[in-house]
Write a protein that binds this ligand. Structure first.
Ligand SMILES: CC(C)(COP(=O)(O)OP(=O)(O)OC[C@H]1O[C@@H](n2cnc3c(N)ncnc32)[C@H](O)[C@@H]1OP(=O)(O)O)[C@@H](O)C(=O)NCCC(=O)NCCS
Length: 142
């Protein structure tokens, strides 16, 4: 079997917060034996919601995946670290950027950027209609 392409190790972001770590399992693979893109998207959607939840304080829904780039394949056994930062707080919505880094099974401590994405979440009321994002009394982290 040929050697797989290895990009140079990446630096972890200092302007984003670690919001999730997860390890994909064999059940999450596609026909190539790599991890299914839809599984990665689901994890990014969950990770992306963590910081908006602090601002929205209640029900919310993902309104848009504004950008999603699969930069490198994700493999079974990778330790995935999801870093996020809020980039915009609108009237009813919060937008975040998410970067995902993999520590490969045999090279723990070295990080490869595998995915980057930008998503928007909307604060919704009990009827599922947009509602204003509450204005915090004091600044929130993230
Ligand atoms: C989320 C939802 C309630 C928004 O309702 P809507 O009538 O489209 O709302 P609006 O057009 O008033 O937009 C609401 C906010 O979303 C933003 N928005 C809408 N489409 C967007 C897009 N493509 N990209 C970025 N932001 C977007 C608007 O700018 C607005 O933000 P602001 O008030 O901060 O300016 C509705 O679209 C919905 O229920 N969608 C389904 C959600 C869902 O099932 N998600 C998957 C599971 S969580």
């Amino acid at each position: 079997m040929s050697e797989k392409f290895s990009p140079p190790a990446a630096q972890l972001p200092t302007d984003k917060e670690l919001v999730l770590k997860v390890i994909p399992m064999p059940a999450d693979t596609n026909g190539n034996g790599d991890i299914f893109g839809g599984w990665v998207m689901a994890q990014v959607d969950l990770a992306g919601s963590v910081l908006p939840a602090r601002h929205i304080q209640g029900r919310m829904a993902t309104v848009a995946v504004n950008e999603f780039i699969f930069k490198q394949p994700v493999r079974v056994g990778d330790i995935l670290s999801f870093y996020a930062a809020v980039t915009r707080i609108g009237n009813t919505s919060v937008t975040v950027e998410v970067e995902v880094f993999a520590e490969r099974f045999a090279t723990q401590g070295q990080f490869v950027k595998v995915t980057e994405a930008r998503l928007t979440y909307v604060a919704i009321d009990a009827q599922g209609r947009p509602r204003p994002v509450p204005k915090p009394a004091a600044p929130l982290a993230g």
